[in-house]
Design a binder for this molecule. Structure first.
Ligand code: GTP
Ligand code: MG
Length: 292
């Protein structure tokens, strides 16, 4: 496995600013990638916002394995945390679902205010999570306009911005943040595979081979079928098969495995290889057990 780490200065700065802004926040909406619900969990966020009510959104479910998304939701709910699986791009009702769930988390507090004759103000929620997970997209959807810049690469948002997205919900957009040291090398590879780590710092051939290996483990035969490779083809052989299938050859007629690696990662990230989830929940534990 390649060793990957990405924690540039702008992330540390964002972490500090988020920590300061939390005082004015009622609710933290933690966005995670439904294809890697565990690797995309940011431990810094848990430390910073320990005492805040939380809502977890699993985004990009349109690209994730539907059965595993259900399993993940069940797993996360074991800790009595609210969570919701969402497709931020194509679900026409996604805004309403998120607002409803956010208000549900804050219901007790708002009911208390109402019983004291106070008209509850809009819930102030911070959208937080790893780079490229859909924070700005979510806020744009809820606001009903594309005020915030969103694009399919990590590190787009660089400042913290409040938006009165809905009469009931103010949302704080934040830059995607990672953390200084991943638990293990697999976490870095998974984050990079879904496009949450700057590609410029990566050895994409190595990353592609790691990812091929993981997919072969979880979905035996799947890549072999797409790229017409023989069963049991090793990751390097698979890159050659991809090069053949996609007509990527070098001048000497050898398969161009470097471009094949780039093509593979691009197809994976666009969901063109089918709905794949790269992590399974641990059967018995709950997430809190794992991180105690
Ligand atoms: N298929 C799919 N794409 C999504 C979904 N949500 C967001 N995206 C895409 O993911 C990309 C990144 O979205 P952003 O909203 O810029 O992500 P971000 O979390 O704000 O990223 P940073 O600002 O870099 O931290 C965009 O191309 C979105 O269209 C989703 O549910 N499904
Ligand atoms: Mg953003």
């Amino acid at each position: 496995m390649v060793k990957i780490q990405w924690y540039p200065g702008h992330m540390e700065k964002a972490r500090r600013q988020m920590s300061e802004r939390l005082k004015a926040v009622d609710l933290v909406i933690e966005l995670r990638d439904a294809r890697i619900p565990e690797a995309s969990r940011n431990p810094l966020l848990n430390m910073m916002a320990k005492d805040k009510p939380k809502l977890i959104l699993l985004t990009k479910t349109d690209m994730a394995d539907p059965l595993l998304t259900e399993e993940w939701i069940r797993f996360l709910k074991k800790d009595n945390v609210s969570c919701l699986a969402v497709d931020l791009n194509k679900d026409p009702h996604v805004s309403r679902k998120i607002i409803r769930e956010a208000l549900k988390v804050m219901k007790e507090k708002r009911d208390r205010q109402k019983s004291r004759g106070i008209n509850p103000r809009a819930v102030r929620a911070m959208a937080a999570g790893i780079p490229n997970v859909g924070k700005s997209t979510m806020i744009n959807r809820i606001a009903g306009k594309n005020t915030l810049k969103a694009a399919d690469k990590p590190g787009v948002t660089r400042s913290l911005t409040w938006l009165h997205a809905d009469p009931d919900l103010d949302l704080l957009d934040t830059p995607g943040v990672l953390w200084p040291k991943f638990d293990d090398e697999k976490t870095g590879s998974l984050l990079a595979a879904v496009g949450s780590i700057n590609d410029d710092i990566l050895d994409r051939r190595m990353l592609a081979m790691d990812t091929i290996h993981m997919i072969q483990d979880l979905y035996p035969g799947h890549l072999e079928e797409i790229y017409e490779a023989e069963e049991g083809t090793n990751p390097n052989g698979m890159l050659k098969a991809i090069a053949r299938k996609r007509n990527l050859v070098r001048e000497n007629n050898e398969p161009d495995t470097k471009r094949a690696a780039e093509m593979f990662l691009s197809e994976l990230r666009k969901g063109r290889l089918g709905r794949l989830t790269l992590e399974k929940p641990h059967e018995e534990d709950s997430e809190e057990d794992l991180h105690e």
